[in-house]
Design a protein around this ligand. Structure first.
Ligand SMILES: NC(=O)c1ccc[n+]([C@@H]2O[C@H](COP(=O)([O-])OP(=O)(O)OC[C@H]3O[C@@H](n4cnc5c(N)ncnc54)[C@H](OP(=O)(O)O)[C@@H]3O)[C@@H](O)[C@H]2O)c1
Length: 300
């Protein structure tokens, strides 16, 4: 049997739809429409009218991102586990930028609390446009079969995986549904260069594994969520002077500086341009990417 031109066209379209992984649950014909972007690039970087959630937003990198998002016009929900500190941070941002900023106190290792927080944020802000999964902790016990590693290992390994990796899965379940309904959204995960390289002279296998997991979680969700136009990316900072590493032996910090081509740690403010790019309409075709910001460390 010979197919007519319109039958061939129809068959091809149907095949494209059923074989395209980005349109698994959509009948939208290809190509999809392009976004309506502003002519001026700076206008596309604006977050005016957007709602951003930042875990670990009370200090360090998360606070710098929150400050940047306030400057760009967003309303911001900060999540952290220390109630006093996260509310103080929200208060400081409200006072300086006059935008809506609320604080939420929870341990992100508890899935039910993550669900509750997202529901409360939607009630307080109306929606969520941007989610930054940034809360994280480090491993300080050295090799997994050192004395400290053996003594504390199982509990600490699980805790690192819960906070650094699993929490972002808990949040992705509820935030993904919001993004699916609104057919847009940007989900950003703070991974680390430790997800690609192994830090020396300190051993921190649990941390490195959690961050490698995050990087691939971002790529995987980017594919899963493309059908509803939500974007998922990760950022991999190198050594950043946020205070997180202050507990380490100064000899380790000195060795790190000698291994970084730039010869110094970065500032949290040196990361925020990338967080703004990924949150905004400047990056409407960026998904599944990992942005490494490390003073050249991974290039050596
Ligand atoms: N600094 C670096 O060199 C570097 C490099 C690469 C990647 N990173 C990653 O960047 C992210 C931020 O790091 P940072 O340097 O800004 O660290 P930081 O200054 O120690 O801040 C960590 C943030 O996470 C929150 N947090 C920790 N455990 C939590 C929990 N169980 N529940 C809720 N919130 C929790 C903390 O708030 P509370 O104290 O209130 O809980 C704080 O807001 C982390 O994921 C880290 O792994 C950092």
């Amino acid at each position: 049997m010979t197919l007519t031109a319109s039958q061939t066209q129809e068959t091809t379209t149907r095949e494209v739809i059923t074989t395209s992984y980005i349109l698994e649950d959509s009948q939208e014909p290809l190509p999809r429409p392009s976004p309506q972007l502003k002519k001026n690039i700076f206008d596309n970087f604006s977050l005016a009218g957007k709602v951003a959630v930042i875990t670990g937003g009370s200090r360090g990198i998360g606070y710098a991102v929150a400050e940047c998002y306030c400057q760009a016009g967003a309303s911001v929900a900060l999540i952290a586990s220390n109630a006093e500190r996260v509310e103080q941070s929200a208060k400081a941002l409200r006072a300086e930028y006059g935008c809506k900023v609320e604080s939420y106190t929870l341990d992100v290792a508890q899935p039910a609390k993550c669900d509750e927080a997202i529901a409360q944020i939607v009630q307080d802000f109306g929606t969520i446009d941007i989610f930054v999964g940034n809360a994280g902790i480090i491993w300080t016990d050295g090799g997994i079969i050192s004395d400290a590693g053996l003594n504390n290992g199982i509990e600490k390994w699980r805790r690192i995986m819960e906070i650094n990796l699993n929490a972002n899965y808990y949040f992705a379940r509820s935030v993904g549904q919001i993004f699916k309904e609104k057919k847009s959204g940007s989900f950003i995960l703070t991974s680390s260069m430790s997800g690609s390289i192994c830090n020396v002279p300190n051993y921190q296998t649990a941390y490195n594994a959690s961050k490698a997991g995050l990087k691939h979680m971002a790529k995987s969700l980017a594919v899963e969520w493309a059908s509803f136009n939500a974007r998922v990316n990760s950022i991999s900072p190198g050594y950043i002077d946020s205070g997180i590493s202050d507990v380490l032996d100064p000899a380790i910090l000195a060795k790190w500086n000698s291994l970084i081509p730039f010869g110094r740690q970065g500032l949290p403010q040196e990361l925020v341009g990338a967080y703004l790019y990924l949150a905004s309409d400047a990056s409407t075709y960026t998904s599944g990417s990992d942005i490494v910001i490390d003073g050249g460390y991974c290039s050596v």
